[in-house]
Write a protein that binds this ligand. Sequence first.
Ligand code: 4NP
Length: 158
Amino acid sequence: MRILFVCLGNICRSPTAEGVLRTLAAREAPELPLEVDSAGTAGYHVGEPPDPRTQQAAARRGYNLTALRARVVEPADFERFDLILGMDEENLRVLRRRAPTHSHERLRLLLDFAPESGSRDVPDPYYGGPNGFEEVLDLVEAATRGLLAHLRQRDRAA
Ligand code: 4NP
């Protein structure tokens, strides 16, 4: 199962989700055959590592994002990935416009997997204060647990 997380710049929210899923899956579901990646809908930061504020907040919770580098979503992603999870509705709209119709069923919001959060969007922390990065982690951790439960079910059904 191949999972792609998508935000705007691929330096804050989607690399956080990539790092959290990689870490939690290795710890809690090592039997799942997962491939995890992230990308942005915009190219402002291509080739850059995650924002230092994102890296520091993630490291405090035990997630190492240092090896990640930003890239833009490309047409092949819509064929390659089984689930393409937008971090907010705006990025999901962009994905719907760019994806071929046959791939639309692969497009979802990450927070569909955290219905108890009461949110649909992981808020963009880039121009806000430090609390925004903690909120990203709280939402991403909750949704990743829901996502892992979904992936276990899917794996059993396959
Ligand atoms: P991300 O955050 O989409 O979570 O990576 C942002 C990163 C950069 C910018 C906006 C949002 N930017 O405008 O450069």
